[in-house]
Design a protein around this ligand. Structure first.
Ligand SMILES: NC(=O)c1ccc[n+]([C@@H]2O[C@H](COP(=O)([O-])OP(=O)(O)OC[C@H]3O[C@@H](n4cnc5c(N)ncnc54)[C@H](OP(=O)(O)O)[C@@H]3O)[C@@H](O)[C@H]2O)c1
Length: 267
């Protein structure tokens, strides 16, 4: 039997990119999925695809920046499936701009509210149920939660917050049997870069990185599923991520130069 068959798995940000690919990858194991994001229509499409692969799927339109909406997401999950095994905090967005060119610094607050508090709220509401199932919390952080490339200051700050929060929570929850898996993907093909806000606060419209050169969301999802099955502490999606962690200690200036080159930053 598949390791995740019948498990109740909530995924935020399930309407596109990594969250959608993860839902589809998991669906093959016939879990009971709860799909959350703001766009109901897109969630319904993902749900139909998951059902076609043998999973049950419940759609709960949710804005994760609202604590109340996240509470309802978990309530509806329990009302339908009576338990919760895995919570995947995946919803997120990005900013791609020099900080000294930003028209309005409040964008950083919005990113903290979505990327950081949007993971904290569902986790807080889900904890009682996860303790009952000795379940797993999955935090989709980023390589930008491990190192901090230029042009991504607001995003990197929010992902460092995610890393810090879930590393601490892991220790607090150890005795309860609830696991914490942090995923820190390198760049992945998705809508996030085209939708990222630039210096003027509006979406870039086009991805600043060539999407074809990035890991596919499907391959990323396979790595995340393996991490969930093994209740891994940290999932990285590229060799350079693993290298970057050591590089920051051993050769930090080199990491600065390489990360600037990767995002095409020029002083
Ligand atoms: N792609 C990458 O290169 C990369 C690398 C490292 C980490 N990540 C992380 O991976 C996660 C998924 O990103 P992605 O690349 O798959 O981007 P994406 O294709 O833009 O998907 C983002 C998802 O988040 C949802 N979302 C956005 N705002 C929301 C809100 N307020 N409430 C609920 N859902 C919301 C979106 O759905 P709605 O618009 O329908 O709400 C969508 O489902 C993010 O946390 C991102 O930081 C991505």
């Amino acid at each position: 039997m598949e390791a995740l068959a019948g498990k109740v798995i909530v995924i935020t940000g399930a309407s596109s990119g990594i969250g959608k690919a993860l839902a589809l990858e998991l669906a093959q194991q016939k879990p009971r999925l709860v799909l959350a994001a703001r766009n109901r229509e897109r969630l319904e499409e993902v749900a139909a695809l998951c059902q076609g692969r043998g999973a049950e799927a419940l759609v709960v339109p949710t804005d994760v920046t609202s604590a109340e909406a996240c509470r309802r997401l978990i309530e509806e999950t329990i009302a339908r499936f009576q338990s919760l095994d895995v919570l995947v905090n995946n919803a997120g967005a990005a900013m791609w701009a020099r900080f000294d060119e930003l028209a309005n610094a409040s964008r950083l607050e919005e990113l903290m509210q979505l990327n950081y508090m949007g993971s904290v709220y569902p986790t807080h509401s889900a904890l009682t149920h996860l303790k009952q199932s000795r379940g797993l919390i999955v935090a989709i952080a980023s390589i930008s939660g491990l190192i901090s490339p230029p042009l991504l200051s607001g995003y990197a700050a929010s992902k460092h917050a995610v890393m810090g929060f879930f590393e601490s929570l892991r220790i607090e929850l150890k005795a309860s049997g609830v696991g914490v898996t942090i995923v820190a993907p390198d760049f992945v093909q998705s809508e996030i870069l085209a939708k990222a806000t630039g210096a003027d606060g509006t979406s870039l419209g086009d991805s600043p990185l060539e999407q074809r050169s990035l890991l596919s969301a499907e391959k990323c999802a396979k790595k995340i599923v393996r991490g969930i099955e093994r209740r891994k502490r940290l999932v990285l999606t590229s060799e350079r991520s693993a290298w970057a962690r050591w590089g920051q200690i051993l050769a930090p200036k080199l990491v600065d130069r390489i990360s600037a080159k990767i995002v095409g930053f020029r002083e």
